[in-house]
Design a protein around this ligand. Structure first.
Ligand SMILES: Cc1ncc(COP(=O)(O)O)c(C=O)c1O
Length: 460
């Protein structure tokens, strides 16, 4: 029996443990309950409409309410609802693996399906360790990643994550991970870059810190470096020109595997199937999830180069790793239908054709004193909020709490914009709309953001 809105509220408060949620804040407030979606819009249980400016959680590339994807799921569930990939296969997994390998650059031809992004990251680290054990470099096991980067919540992926606030309560985590600087040019000097560097010089410096860290740890112990094409946490840090080319050189020099964590950046977010394509580098592995199904079913994947599978093709060899739901028949059917729609509806072209307009529309907000920086690429942007634009002074923890969570977050939602205010680095508003959005959606985002951020500025 369906619950009415009041009953849903009570049951949510009594029973539902939400993710990354301060449950205490819902004691006197309603839990936002979303019941329906259509295109770029979602509706709550009271019938109020919101623009989904975050694609759910960087997921809903094609938007909501698509009958073709729902039908693909229903059809597959009827024909074969479940079969694992443990020594068996099913056609959707095979066809999707071939299709994804076709989109992936160079010789990244081997696709290991998971149920989501964190599992793909775990898989990549385990493969890196196992590969080097089988190829005569058994000491190579350590991982480098960037400060403030998020790579997932399972203990391995969390260990790779560069956000101390998410890790402390779960220590000790998996040992052997180390941080290098991220590519936040807006705050480059605060994070250790020599003063006065151009963007290119900063990129070269940031990439070179990977070599420094590999030397510090001992090259014979370092297995992999995990980097997002555009780092999400901290508010969208695109790579400076030449950054990834230098990283690739370093990885080749030290025989360290380059893992492109594209859980957000793959499947059109940056106007390409894979983010690495946009920035012209070829990783050894790609981790992806989210947009591969546009969220109509859960799925993730680790894509590896042919070289990394070779030792596992020897007689008796096996990568002893897997997930019951990895490459689920329904999810892979949905992914195929999703990618059909990408092609038929020229989704990548829509991002490429509209990204300059998206940027220009968001940049209008720079006239507000509270907007310090607008950064990103494709349909993936972060707006950094500052206390003082001239000095780039950021907020105290108390101000952040009061302003970001106490006002901005709530008010954006109240005004009809679903997006995310985040303070895992400096405070940012994150935007990542469905990939078929156009100017009218950008204008709507800008108008709501303008009203709310203007008011937030006056509360300082
Ligand atoms: C870059 C990156 N890696 C890994 C993950 C973890 O993915 P999941 O939540 O599907 O486990 C995320 C999630 O947002 C992510 O952004």
């Amino acid at each position: 029996m369906a619950l009415d809105p009041a009953q849903l509220q009570q049951a949510a408060k009594d029973h539902l443990w939400m993710h990354f949620t301060r449950h205490g804040s819902y004691q006197d407030n309603d839990v936002p309950v979303i019941v329906r979606g259509e295109g770029a819009y979602i509706w709550d249980a009271n019938g109020k409409k919101y623009l989904d400016a975050l694609a759910g959680l960087f997921v809903s590339q094609l938007g909501h309410g698509r009958a073709d994807l729902a039908e693909a799921a229903a059809k597959q569930a009827e024909q074969l609802a479940f079969m694992p990939l443990w020594s068996y296969a099913h056609p959707n997994a095979i066809e999707l693996a071939a299709r994804v390998a076709g989109y992936a650059p160079g010789n990244l031809n081997r696709v290991f399906f998971t149920s989501g992004g964190g599992e793909a990251v775990e898989t990549a680290w385990k493969l890196a360790k196992n590969y080097f054990k089988l190829t005569g470099k058994p000491m190579k096991h350590k991982v480098l990643s960037r400060t403030i980067a998020y790579h997932g919540t399972t203990q391995g992926a969390l260990s790779i994550t560069g956000l101390p606030g998410l890790k402390q309560q779960f220590e000790p985590l998996v040992p052997s991970t180390f941080r290098v600087p991220n590519t936040n040019y807006y705050r480059a000097e605060e994070h250790g870059s020599p003063p006065g560097f151009s963007l290119e010089e900063f990129g070269r410096w940031a990439a070179d810190q990977i070599a420094v860290q590999i030397e510090n740890e001992g090259p014979e112990t370092v297995a992999a470096v995990f980097l997002e094409p555009v780092q999400n946490a901290g508010g969208c840090f695109p790579p400076p020109p030449g950054y990834f080319q230098r990283v690739r050189e370093i990885c080749d020099e030290y025989d360290v595997l380059l893992v492109s964590d594209e859980v957000i950046c793959a499947f059109g977010r940056l106007g390409h199937m894979f983010g690495c394509e946009r920035y012209g580098y070829e990783p050894d592995m790609i981790t992806c999830a989210k947009g591969i199904t546009s969220g109509y079913a859960p799925l993730g994947a680790m894509i590896a180069s042919d070289r990394l599978m070779e030792p596992f093709q020897e007689p008796g060899a096996m990568f002893a790793h897997g997930y019951t739901f990895g490459g689920h028949p329904v999810s892979t059917a949905v992914a195929m239908a999703n990618l059909d729609a990408f092609e038929n509806e020229h989704v990548l072209d829509n991002v490429k054709d509209n990204e300059a307009a998206f940027r220009a529309t968001l940049e209008r907000l720079k006239d507000l004193p509270i907007v310090g920086d607008v950064r990103g690429d494709g349909f993936f942007y972060g707006i950094e909020l500052v206390k003082d634009k001239a000095t780039k002074e950021t907020f105290t923890a108390e101000e952040c709490e009061r302003l970001l969570f106490g006002f901005v977050s709530k008010q954006l939602y109240a005004e009809g914009l679903y997006c995310r205010a985040d303070d895992r680095g400096d405070p940012v508003v994150q935007l990542s709309p469905p990939l078929n959005c156009t100017q009218e959606h950008f204008d709507e985002m800008e108008q709501i953001l303008r009203v709310v951020l203007d008011k937030a500025g006056s509360l300082l």
